[in-house]
Design a protein around this ligand. Structure first.
Ligand code: GLN
Length: 542
C-alpha cells in the first residue's frame, strides 16, 4: 500500500516547501523507495499557463503537455523522474470537475457543497497517483500558507485522509519559520506555535516540524517547540539556510528527516541512502576549476523565478564542466545598436530567453546580431531561436521586413509564422503546442554531435514556428535546420555553419536538465563559452 506524506507551510510563504518535498523524496528514493511528488495549488486558474511570469514565476511543462507550477521542475531535477498532468492540481480544476458533474446530473437532488463534494474531489485526486501501485510513497505539497482561506478545503481533505488511512499510513510535515530577532539576540518560536494552533483548529496535528532558521536551534528551543506543538523533540528538524538548494537533501539527511519519516510510516530504514552521485555533483559546484560569464537576455530578468529552469540547467551543465557559470541577467529593452558592444563584449556566451509579446524584441535581435558577428557562443531558446531566425533574415539575407507574425501580423516576410493548427484556436488556456515531441537530427550537424543521437524528444510551449518557405535560402546562406520533427516537418533546431557555437531550439531543453542528467545542450554551450574565453585570454597574452 502506498504511504502518504503531506507537506504544509506555516508563518510565511517562500520557505521552500517544494525544495523540502523534493529533498525528502530524494533521500527516500536513495534508500530504494519509489517516490513521487504532487502539488495542490489553491488558486482558481485551471493551470498556471495563463499566469504572467511576474505573478508566479516560470511555467513548467511536463512531457505529457501539462502547464504546471515551477515546483514540479524541482521534483524532476531532484528525482530524475518525469512528472505528469496528475502531479499538479489547482482549485480551479477541482471546481471545474465538480461543476461539470453537477451539470451532468451526477448529484441530482443534492446540494453541492465544499464538504463533502469539493473535499471528496480533492481526496480522489490526492489518491490518484497511488492507484497504479507504482509508488511506495506519495508526497503531496499543499500550496499556500496555513491560515489562508483558500487552502482550507485542502487541509480539511488532509484531516479526513489522515483519519481514514490511519497514523502509520499518512503523516503531515509542517514547514515553518523560526525568526531570529537581532535586538533580542533570540530565536522566536511563537509564530510556529500559532501556525500549529491554526492547523489544530482545522483538526490536523503535524507529525514533524521542519523549522527554517538562520541560526542553529539548540536543544532548549527544540524542547520548547516540541512541548507547545505536541510533537516529539526528535521530530523538530532544523532547516538552516544554505548556499544552494542542492545542499538541502544532505542537510536533511544529517537531521535524520528521512529516518524519522520512515519510522512514523513504519517503513524500514535498513539501507543507507546512496547519495554518492549527488555528492560528486556538489563537490564539482563547490570546487570549480574555471568560470565563465553568460548573458541571459530576457524581459522578465527582475525575477529569478521567471527563468528558474534555465538557471538550474546552467548549474547542472557547469558541474559537468567543472566550471562556475556566472549568469548575468540583461534586460532586452536596455540593448540598442549603440550600446550593444559595451553591454555584451565581456561575455563568454549569450543566451536569449523564451518569451511572449513584442516588448524587448529589437534588443534581443540586436544582441543576436552582435553574438553572430563577433563569434560569441549563442544559444536561443524558443522565442530566442525565433529572434535568431528574424535577425538572420534581415541582416544576412537582406529581407528588411523579415519578422515573426506574432509581432507583425501583416509583414510580407513572416519568417516565423503561426502554426497551421493554431490558426483556428481562439481559447488561450492550454492551447499552445505543448509537451514532448520527437525530433530527428541531421547527420554531421552540431546538434547531432551534441546529443550523440539521431532522434531526441524535447518539450514544447509555443504557437509560432519557422516558416519552411524560407528553408532553402536560409540554408544557402549558412543557417541550417539541423533538427526536424519527423511527422510534421516543423523546424526544431537551427544552427550556423561558420560560427564557434550558434544554436537555436524551438523547444525548452532546460525543462529536461536534472542533477543526474545535465542537458547536453547546456553542457556543450558552457564548454564552447569556456573555449572561447581561453582563446580570448590567449590572444590577449600574445
Ligand atoms: N511567443 C513565441 C511563440 O508562441 C515563443 C514562445 C516561447 O518562447 N515559449 O511561439
Amino acid at each position: 500500500m502506498t504511504k502518504y506524506i503531506f507537506v504544509t507551510g506555516g508563518v510565511t510563504s517562500s520557505l521552500g516547501k517544494g525544495i523540502l518535498a523534493a529533498s525528502l523524496a530524494k533521500l527516500l528514493q536513495a534508500r530504494g523507495y519509489s517516490v513521487t511528488i504532487q502539488k495542490f495549488d489553491p488558486y482558481i486558474n485551471i493551470d498556471p499557463g495563463t499566469l504572467n511570469p511576474y505573478e508566479h514565476g516560470e511555467c513548467y511543462v511536463t512531457a505529457d503537455g501539462a502547464e504546471t507550477d515551477l515546483d514540479l521542475g524541482h521534483y524532476e531535477r531532484f528525482l530524475n523522474i518525469a512528472t505528469s498532468q496528475a502531479n499538479n492540481v489547482t482549485t480551479g480544476r477541482i471546481y471545474q470537475t465538480v461543476i461539470d458533474k453537477e451539470r451532468e446530473g451526477a448529484y441530482l437532488g443534492k446540494t453541492v457543497q465544499v464538504i463533502p463534494h469539493i473535499t471528496d474531489e480533492i481526496k480522489r485526486r490526492m489518491k490518484l497517483l497511488a492507484e497504479n501501485g507504482k509508488y511506495d510513497i506519495l508526497i503531496t505539497e499543499i500550496g499556500g500558507t496555513t491560515g489562508d482561506i483558500e487552502s482550507l478545503p485542502y487541509l480539511e481533505a488532509v484531516r479526513q485522509l489522515k483519519w481514514e488511512l490511519g497514523p502509520s499510513n499518512a503523516i503531515v510535515i509542517h514547514l515553518t519559520l523560526i525568526p531570529f530577532l537581532k535586538a533580542a539576540k533570540e530565536l522566536k518560536t511563537k509564530p510556529t506555535q500559532h501556525s500549529v494552533k491554526t492547523m489544530l483548529e482545522i483538526g490536523v496535528q503535524p507529525d514533524i516540524l521542519v523549522c527554517r532558521t538562520e541560526k542553529h536551534l539548540n536543544q532548549d528551543v527544540r524542547r520548547k517547540i516540541a512541548l507547545f506543538c505536541n510533537v516529539n523533540q526528535n521530530a523538530v528538524i532544523e532547516a538552516i539556510d544554505v548556499d544552494t538548494i542542492y545542499e538541502v537533501p544532505l542537510v536533511m539527511l544529517k537531521e535524520k528527516l528521512d529516518r524519522i519519516t520512515l519510522a512514523k510510516l513504519k517503513l524500514s530504514a535498513k539501507t543507507e541512502p546512496d547519495m554518492d552521485r549527488w555528492k560528486d555533483f556538489l563537490t564539482n559546484i563547490h570546487h570549480p576549476t574555471n568560470e565563465v560569464r553568460i548573458g541571459l537576455i530576457g524581459k522578465y530578468v527582475e525575477l529569478q523565478d521567471a527563468y528558474k529552469s534555465i538557471h538550474e540547467a546552467f548549474i547542472h551543465g557547469g558541474s559537468v564542466n567543472g566550471c562556475k557559470v556566472n549568469v548575468e541577467s540583461i534586460h532586452s529593452q536596455d540593448i540598442d545598436p549603440q550600446n550593444v558592444a559595451e553591454k555584451l563584449q565581456h561575455l563568454d556566451g549569450i543566451l536569449v530567453a523564451p518569451g511572449f509579446g513584442e516588448r524587448g524584441i529589437e534588443g534581443k535581435i540586436t544582441a543576436i546580431r552582435y553574438a553572430r558577428e563577433n563569434n560569441i557562443p549563442f544559444f536561443g531558446i524558443c522565442l530566442g531561436m525565433q529572434c535568431a531566425v528574424v535577425e538572420f533574415g534581415r541582416n544576412v539575407l537582406g529581407i528588411k521586413d523579415a519578422n515573426s507574425a506574432e509581432f507583425s501580423p501583416k509583414t510580407q516576410n513572416p519568417v516565423i509564422d503561426l502554426m497551421e493548427e493554431q490558426k483556428k484556436v481562439v481559447q488561450k488556456g492550454g492551447t499552445m503546442r505543448l509537451g514532448a515531441y520527437p525530433c530527428r537530427l541531421k547527420k554531421g550537424s552540431k546538434a547531432a554531435q551534441i546529443y550523440q543521437k539521431t532522434t531526441i524528444q524535447e518539450r514544447h510551449r509555443h504557437r509560432y514556428e519557422f516558416n519552411n518557405k524560407y528553408l532553402k535560402p536560409y540554408a544557402r546562406h549558412g543557417m541550417i535546420a539541423s533538427g526536424i520533427n519527423p511527422k510534421t516537418n516543423l523546424v526544431e533546431i537551427i544552427e550556423l555553419k561558420d560560427h564557434a557555437w550558434f544554436v537555436g531550439v524551438q523547444f525548452h531543453p532546460e525543462l529536461k536538465s536534472t542533477v543526474e542528467n545535465p542537458h547536453p545542450l547546456f553542457s556543450k554551450f558552457i564548454t564552447a563559452a569556456l573555449d572561447q574565453k581561453i582563446a580570448k585570454e590567449y590572444l590577449v597574452k600574445q
